[in-house]
Design a protein. Structure first.
Length: 184
């Protein structure tokens, strides 16, 4: 009996992971701005989800839980001192599969690059609030639950993040129409 339950759990996890890996990688890319790190974060998130899978009761809340786990993986990655000291200037000998690029889901090349560089300039908590609110389209309450903070903190971090994002985009040469769109 328990063998069948385990097999069913694994089948449900495989279905969930197959559908969630792309959106998680795109969200991670917006948070960190690095394609390879985004893929690593999505994989780490799914590994943690797999370990906790038997304990997850509410199948309807899996997407929110996955975003929260991904955010924690990213914040943990920021705390690792070796990541800050690592040099990423070398050439990777393998060929990338462009179809799996999480950056493809963000938008046109110019806007995508501008947004990525501008997001990289704002502080991590503000970046997380902006990405969760406007890319993942979470409500203030849902974002507060993912970030484990109050709704007021989400509102202030989002407002400060948008202001910093607009300033960064202006500095980086974003066009006025795109910056105005961020103002609304």
């Amino acid at each position: 009996m328990s063998l069948r339950r385990t097999r069913d759990d694994e089948d449900r996890f495989r279905l969930f992971a197959a559908g969630a890996v792309g959106p998680l990688a795109r969200l991670a890319y917006l948070l960190c701005g690095d394609r390879h790190l985004a893929e690593d974060l999505a994989q780490a998130c799914l590994i943690r989800m797999y370990q906790a899978w038997p304990r997850l009761d509410r199948q309807d809340a899996l997407d929110g839980y996955a975003r929260r786990v991904l955010l924690r993986c990213w914040l943990n990655e920021l705390r690792r001192p070796w990541r800050r000291a690592e040099s990423r200037t070398g050439i990777v000998p393998d060929l990338a599969d462009d179809r799996s690029d999480p950056a493809l889901g963000v938008g046109s090349d110019h806007v995508k690059d501008l947004l990525r560089r501008a997001l990289a300039e704002i502080p991590p908590r503000q970046r997380a609030a902006v990405v969760l609110r406007y890319w993942s389209q979470l409500s203030v309450t849902e974002t507060a639950a993912v970030l484990r903070c109050s709704e007021g903190t989400v509102k202030s971090q989002t407002a400060r993040g948008l202001t910093a994002l607009r300033a960064a985009m202006t500095r980086l040469g974003g066009n006025a129409a795109l910056i105005r769109e961020l103002s609304t």
